[in-house]
Write a protein that binds this ligand. Structure first.
Ligand code: HEM
Ligand code: HEM
Length: 275
């Protein structure tokens, strides 16, 4: 990656990391300071696991999983290793989401609140189910070598689109959940009276939007893509060594070349066998 390009990447990455980190601090302070804290007792403290696990797992971890191929210092790792990391982080995000579902259903059942009445719950459960499907298809297509290479290539644009669509939907569903909770939970003063908790949690919502916007930006820049493995191999061979430290300079040369979008070009030529 050319130097200027790398600087822009690092700026976007740090901003995303900071927004995500502060969002996690905010959701923890919300439930621990303004709300009933965390417990597994069928009460409101059990409900509180719902937003905490969603923000830390389903949003933050998923965001990191999506951009993990884009980190330049991982480009010397094998593609297989990066697939395990991408799949593992997505699996962790899924597990967090499932536990957060258990917490809210358990709370509803204990408090005799009806299940699945809200638009938030319909879209939320759908997102979790589709995310599970995306995970299974991802493993089947790209991790275990059963699918023909032509299928891998054909499904990649769908995988990327549905991954980004799910990530965006999850953030939208979380914003609905936050709004519901503020309307239900605040009385005397009410949400419309803007008590400190309302302002604080509105800011949490804004942070989630900023985090989402930055992850989507990073994941859609062609010039920040991981170069295809074949190119790395040929660069090694051309330079006559297996030393990984050669990858860095070789890649930056690629980036400095005449082609304005070297990685995009590289992918076009090799994407069939690469994904
Ligand atoms: C309830 C999913 C994020 C607040 C529910 C229910 C589901 C769900 C399926 C229904 C539980 C039942 O019917 O027993 C999700 C998903 C989220 C998410 C997939 C991730 C994007 C959030 C966040 C909050 C929140 C961040 C913020 C506090 C609520 C509230 C309820 C609820 C207040 C109870 C009222 C209702 O059923 O709509 N959520 N949720 N949710 N969720 Fe979420
Ligand atoms: C790429 C999402 C599971 C393999 C991507 C991208 C997204 C995404 C958004 C585009 C990233 C980029 O362009 O930099 C997801 C989601 C998953 C999931 C939300 C889980 C619900 C999996 C699994 C595998 C996998 C289990 C199996 C190894 C890949 C591969 C790429 C990819 C090979 C292409 C990387 C590249 O362009 O170099 N995924 N993914 N994904 N994903 Fe997934």
């Amino acid at each position: 990656m050319a130097m200027e390009n790398l600087k822009h990447f690092l700026a976007a990455l740090s901003a995303a990391g900071a927004a995500g980190f502060v969002a996690i601090i905010f959701v923890l302070r919300w439930v621990l300071h303004f709300k009933e804290g965390l417990a597994w007792d069928g009460g409101l403290a059990e409900f509180n696991w719902h937003p905490v696990l969603i923000v830390t797992g389903f949003i933050f971890l998923q965001g990191i999983a999506i951009i993990v191929y884009r980190l330049p210092w991982t480009w010397q790792c094998s593609k297989l290793m990066m697939k395990f990391i991408h799949a593992g982080l997505n699996l962790a995000a899924f597990i967090f989401a499932v536990i957060s579902m258990v917490a809210v259903f358990d709370f509803h059942n204990a408090a005799k609140i009806p299940n699945m009445y809200s638009l938030h719950s319909w879209l939320g459960l759908t997102a979790v189910i589709l995310y599970g499907l995306q995970l299974v298809l991802g493993v089947g297509l790209y991790l275990i070598p059963v699918a023909p290479v032509s299928w891998r290539a054909a499904f990649m644009p769908i995988h990327v689109y549905s991954g980004l669509f799910l990530f965006t939907s999850v953030i939208a569903v979380a914003l609905m959940g936050i709004t519901e909770k503020l309307i239900f939970g605040l009385s005397n003063p009410k949400y419309k009276d803007s008590p400190p908790e309302a302002i604080f949690v509105n800011v949490l919502g804004v942070l989630l939007v900023v985090f989402g916007a930055l992850i989507l930006w990073i994941a859609t820049r062609t010039s920040w893509k991981r170069p295809a493995d074949q190119i790395l191999h040929s660069l090694h061979t051309n330079r006559g060594g297996e030393d990984n430290s050669k990858v860095g300079p070789a890649l930056s040369e690629l980036g400095d070349g005449a082609n304005a979008e070297p990685d995009g070009d590289v992918r076009k030529r090799t994407s069939k066998s690469e994904s």
